[in-house]
Write a protein of this length. Structure first.
Length: 433
């Protein structure tokens, strides 16, 4: 009871902080532009999803792209995943982000990512003269990340190499980011990170320039089995005022998400959407700024079992009265932590539940269904929906759906039996009511 009370207090505090942050984010007094602050290109974004959430993802950190902001979030990955994002910014600047996350069973989670920008030709000039020459600018970051944890608390680190080339003058340096992630309840998670804890210092000509250090703290709230998420971050970057960010993500249907966010640091309003297709996820973001709008696209490929559990049937059609009298559903799981319970529910085309199979602990590798209902009577012909649900150690539910068609007698209130006819030794199929 005491533990539940503490969790309730945490959630109330989190909701209050989220509401306060949302109020402050709409205040232009707290907004601050990062123009001219060293390392601004590192603070743009890593995916269309994070951009559409206002980059308020430190407390969320549930994919390889958001873990850029908080490397401790890498420990939340369940399978290997790859993300790529491309954007055309102002002055013909091209921005590209690529990331690979690789979780292991015993050694934590590793990541590789790269951020690259290249600008078009700029004219060289002095205070009073146009030199008639042009130059370009290129910047890049290559990072190696690692995360591990203890139960619901995880930690992470990014080691990175930063390079710049401006008009032929180039330099590079090393830096480091660190982060923490804590999820006391399935509905609530906290994150904190320091970007450039070890500040990269780059010398292009004579003067050394250190990339600005940035400190972030945030939380994420999840409702309706993760179909609604609210995020908020507090950000303090050197040479800039403290700013707030917030985001909202809704999954009205299983394969489609809608998002919105606000970044008070840059005074950016954003919106976007995501689309899931099995192991693929495609995201779009629209970011509104004072200099115009930006359209950003990104794609993510997740290997294996990307969303906790997956179930496949060994046949799409079977007949309980034929030679193939049942169907087998093969089940795979991939969650962080243990599976507490499982269930397989079979429903007809009208959504009526006809059969339930349940158990404690991890599910078996597969379960079979012979076309019978909960009372052992064969079901009517038609298409049936099978949904497997698992519950992890935090009470988080994961589910997956599969369909199968039953074809046999038109009247499925009967059970087929074998009737022997005496006298001539012949046999025939019969029905038993």
């Amino acid at each position: 009871m005491k533990a539940e009370t503490m969790i309730t207090k945490f959630m109330k505090a989190g909701i209050l902080l989220a509401l306060v942050s949302l109020i402050f984010t709409v205040s232009p007094v707290l907004a601050s532009d990062d123009a001219g602050v060293p390392g601004g290109f590192l603070r743009f974004g890593t995916s269309a999803r994070s951009l559409s959430l206002g980059n308020a993802v430190v407390g969320l950190s549930d994919d390889v792209a958001t873990s850029y902001w908080n490397p401790a979030g890498l420990a939340q990955l369940r399978t290997m995943e790859i993300t790529g994002m491309g954007a055309t910014m102002f002055n013909d600047t091209k921005y590209t982000f690529l990331a690979l996350g690789m979780p292991t069973e015993s050694w934590g989670t590793f990541s590789l990512n790269g951020t690259f920008t290249s600008s078009g030709e700029f004219e060289r000039s002095t205070w009073d003269e146009d030199l008639g020459e042009t130059f370009s600018e290129k910047e890049g970051v290559f990072s190696l990340g690692y995360a591990n944890g203890f139960g619901r608390l995880t930690y992470g680190v990014n080691l990175k190499s930063v390079s710049q080339n401006i008009g032929g003058a180039s330099g590079n340096s090393m830096g480091m980011d660190v982060g923490l992630y804590y999820r006391p309840h399935r509905l609530l998670s906290f994150g904190a990170a320091v970007q450039n804890l070890i500040e990269p210092a780059i010398t292009l000509v004579d003067e050394e320039e250190k990339l600005a250090r940035s400190m972030r703290a945030g939380l994420a709230l999840r409702f309706f089995r993760g179909r609604l998420m609210m995020t908020t971050d507090v950000v303090k970057t050197e040479f800039m005022d403290t700013s707030f960010r917030s985001g909202l993500e809704v999954w009205p249907v299983r394969f489609l998400s809608l998002r919105g966010g606000y970044d008070a640091e840059r005074e950016h309003m954003s919106a976007g959407a995501g689309f899931r297709l099995e192991n693929w996820q495609f995201d779009y973001a629209y970011v509104s700024t004072d200099l115009g709008a930006q359209n950003v696209l990104s794609a993510t490929l997740r290997f294996g079992v990307p969303f906790g559990v997956k179930m496949n049937s060994n046949r799409a059609l079977f007949s309980p009265s034929g030679s193939d009298r049942d169907v087998r559903f093969d089940i795979e799981t991939a969650v962080r932590g243990q599976v507490e319970s499982w269930s397989v529910e079979i429903s007809d085309e009208d959504g009526n539940l006809v059969k339930t199979m349940t158990g404690n602990g991890a599910p078996p590798e597969g379960v079979s269904w012979g076309g019978e209902d909960q009372n052992g009577r064969l079901v009517n012909d038609g298409q049936y929906d099978a949904r497997v649900t698992i519950v992890d150690h935090m009470g988080q539910e994961w589910d997956y759906r599969s369909t199968v068609e039953v074809m046999g007698f038109q009247d499925r209130t009967r059970t087929p039996i074998r009737v022997e006819i005496s006298g001539n030794g012949n046999s025939a199929e019969g029905d038993q009511k």
